[in-house]
Design a protein around this ligand. Structure first.
Ligand code: ADP
Length: 305
């Protein structure tokens, strides 16, 4: 990431739904705060009803917030944000090109005609730009929706459940498309239940629970550090003893799996120490901090209930 200044900061965002005609109020967001850096892909993760869609609508200005601020270093969020809704709609009887051109003009994009043509090609729709959108598959429509979201060159692209309803092939395509967008420095905020996609795509996760951001986790650890796992044939206290010099060490409940985060150049020492201490190493593997494990940790009460 090229800058330490956040490209999007949300502070103390609150929203209550309901009025004097409804039975009780729903506190959809309760002083939720988070920020995103340039080029960061951030996942917004939480159970249904946690407030993800509300957060996105409030950032986009689609609904008014009760309190809080959305700051983009002084830029106008209406210009500096791009948006892909969960269920994008198009002018189905018009061409993909015209759909893009319409948005390009509406958002004041530079060279609307040229940009629309270029995005058709870049988003894997080459040769289909003049076809009606009604003839497009779901995957093609999703790519067109993202092209439309970036037609004006936003700083941050916001997507509500972009993977919902896509088959595995479409998910792989979409993932590589979003990774390509990231290389241009664009930041992204995406809500999703697809924790595997979050693992593969995101640099960070904001966990949202009952309208509050309860945890932020960085997934893009420095390359100089590695997380590895040793699986032993049987529990071995001596191995755990010698490996405890690596402070970031955790041991599974049955004491056969040892997870260590350590500088990459110390990996050979870890293996050598384990064997020297009499450990019978069955497996040695790189381990990743998984979004699913973090999810279980954060929402444990709900998962158990
Ligand atoms: P998520 O996207 O995480 O599933 P939402 O942001 O859609 O959660 O909803 C958060 C809470 O706000 C839920 O309790 C939901 O029922 C409520 N809510 C969302 N939109 C409205 C609305 N327009 N009117 C009343 N309540 C709403």
């Amino acid at each position: 990431m090229s800058s330490t200044e956040p490209v999007l900061s949300c502070r103390n965002i609150s929203k209550t739904y309901g009025n004097r005609f409804t039975r009780g109020n729903i506190r959809a967001l309760d002083r939720a705060s988070f920020s995103i850096q340039e080029g960061e892909i951030c996942g917004l993760v939480g159970p249904n009803g946690a407030g993800k869609s509300t957060m996105i609508k409030l950032i986009m200005g689609i609904e008014p917030k009760d309190e809080g601020t959305v700051d983009m270093n002084g830029l106008d969020p209406r210009v500096a944000l791009g948006y892909v809704p969960e269920r994008p709609t198009f002018f189905e009887d018009l061409s993909a090109y015209y759909n893009l051109l319409y948005f390009a003009r509406l958002t004041g994009a530079q060279d609307p005609e040229g940009t629309s043509r270029r995005l058709i090609d870049e988003f894997g729709l080459k040769g289909r730009g003049d076809d009606r959108v009604s003839s497009f598959s779901k995957g093609m429509k999703q790519r067109l929706a993202i092209a439309r979201g970036v037609v004006h060159g936003p700083k941050v692209l916001i997507m509500d459940e972009p993977f919902s309803g896509l088959d595995p092939g479409m998910m792989i395509e979409l993932r590589s498309l979003l990774k390509a967008l990231k290389t241009s420095g664009m930041a992204m905020l995406l809500s999703s239940h697809e924790l595997n996609e979050i693992d593969q795509l995101c640099d960070s996760i904001q966990f949202i629970k009952a309208g509050r951001i309860v945890r932020r986790e960085d997934l893009d650890r420095p390359k100089a550090r590695a997380v590895i796992q040793l699986v032993l044939a049987s529990p071995n206290e001596a191995v755990i003893g010698v490996l405890s010099r690596w402070s970031a060490l955790s041991v599974s409940g049955d004491r056969t799996t040892i997870t260590i985060e350590a500088p990459r150049e110390e990996i050979p020492d870890i293996v050598a120490e384990a064997v020297r201490a009499g450990g019978r190493v069955m497996e040695f593997r790189p381990a990743q901090v998984k979004a699913e494990d973090l999810y279980a940790e954060v929402f444990q009460a709900e998962v158990r209930a």
